[in-house]
Design a binder for this molecule. Structure first.
Ligand code: PMP
Length: 391
């Protein structure tokens, strides 16, 4: 019998020929600085576990206790019967953390972005979006059916021009806080100024900045001292916070609207107790162990310096996300594979995640990496880089 999906085999073979086929590795232990993937012990430069919270004892304890007391799942969406006291408590704590009136938890950062953009704009509106914004923003923009205009990366003046020539009813300026594949920071003060001048809504996706930038990891808005001037802050609970989920922080009328019109919030079951309790414990750890953030940044500085001294191209990175840009897709896959064989896990990032010809291995150091981990990683980068003629 003919298989109606046979065309996928051809598509997959085509991806393979271009060096674009993904082969996700399997983690066989906890998400830590040194751990085991695919049967090999490696130094892990691949996770978003910035502060080392994914396997922090306090988060594990909180998750276990919540599961025992409140069960494994919530059994309903938030608007039917799946809102627990702890969901609202976590949201209040996030609102406070972000200096916002209120906050709302989503099942992921992805749904927080896509659900919020789609709930706010309609076909009569305009979205002005940085060209390197995350896929979840792009999908939300498409779902909204609003007109989408993309401005060159970090070019606030270009965003201003798009707003000046627009005639749409409502306008949204949207940017990532920290760009996930390049590790550079959005020019938030300039974008806010432009949005304010044109009466546009300002939204920032702080997935890679929550827990990383600003006081105690409050994010990009706090980093630039712009509290109170950004209408919508998106955060993820899946990266520095170490667990799973996303949230929106903003005014109480924004949150009330999303409770009524945020489709992932309305139509997908709420986060289980273990997840919510672990997120709460993560906020406690952020306050009680500020040395984690300091360690993250000192590791970031020394690792970047080491890569520069070796002659690698790290692009425009200013944060713990440090790409090592190699360009060609197939060569990058080889680089990543050889590093892994030599004990350093750093994934190859290729099209469509980054533009063609801009392939890279992406490194992320965490607060948990020791000086020895970093030195061994740099030695391995040097050895494999020379072997492949990259430096
Ligand atoms: N925004 C950005 C910039 C991201 O990098 C990611 C994660 N890849 C997300 C949003 C989605 O977050 P989550 O993993 O919580 O869905």
């Amino acid at each position: 019998m003919a298989d109606a999906l046979d065309f996928l085999k051809e598509e997959l073979a085509d991806l393979d020929r271009q060096g674009l086929l993904l082969h996700p590795r399997t983690l066989e232990g906890e998400q830590r600085a040194r751990t085991r993937f695919d049967g090999r012990d490696v130094i892990n430069l691949a996770s978003n576990n910035y502060l080392g919270l994914a396997a922090h004892p306090r988060l594990k304890q909180a998750a276990a206790e919540a599961a025992l007391e409140f069960g494994a799942g919530t059994g309903a969406v938030r608007t039917i019967a799946g809102s627990m006291t702890m969901h609202r408590e976590l949201e209040r704590r996030f609102a406070e953390f972000k200096h916002a009136e209120d906050a709302l938890m989503f099942q992921s950062g992805f749904t927080a972005n896509s659900g919020t953009v789609a709930a706010l704009l309609t076909k009569d509106d305009l979205i002005v979006s940085d060209e390197l914004n995350h896929a979840s923003i792009i999908d939300g923009a498409r779902l909204s059916r609003a007109q989408i205009k993309v401005f060159p990366h970090k070019d606030a003046e270009a965003a201003g021009r798009l707003l000046a020539e627009s005639t749409e009813r409502r306008r949204l300026v949207i940017t990532d806080g920290v760009f996930s594949m390049d590790g550079d920071i959005a020019p938030l003060p300039d974008l806010v100024e432009v949005a304010e001048r044109h009466g546009a809504i300002m939204m920032i996706d702080d997935a890679h900045a929550s827990g990383v930038l600003g006081k105690n990891g409050r994010g990009t808005v706090d980093h630039f001292g712009m509290n109170g001037r950004v209408d919508i802050q998106v955060g993820t609970l899946s990266k520095a916070i170490g667990v799973l989920g996303g949230f929106i922080a903003g005014s109480s009328h924004l949150i009330d609207w999303l409770v009524n019109r945020g489709r992932p919030y309305l139509f997908s079951t709420s986060a289980p107790p273990a997840v919510v309790a672990a997120c709460m414990a993560a906020l406690d750890v952020l306050e009680d162990e500020p040395e984690r953030l300091e360690r993250l940044w000192s590791n970031t500085r020394s690792f970047k310096e080491g890569l520069h001294e070796l002659g690698f191209d790290t692009g425009t990175s200013e944060t713990p996300i440090t790409p090592v840009i190699t360009g060609a897709e197939a060569a990058t896959q080889t680089f990543s594979r050889r590093l892994f064989e030599e004990g350093v896990f750093t994934p190859a990032i290729v099209f469509p995640t980054v533009p063609r010809g801009k392939a890279r291995v992406r490194t992320i150091v965490t607060a948990d990496h020791t000086d020895e981990d970093l030195k061994e990683s740099l030695d391995t980068f040097e050895r494999v880089g020379r072997e492949l003629g990259l430096i």
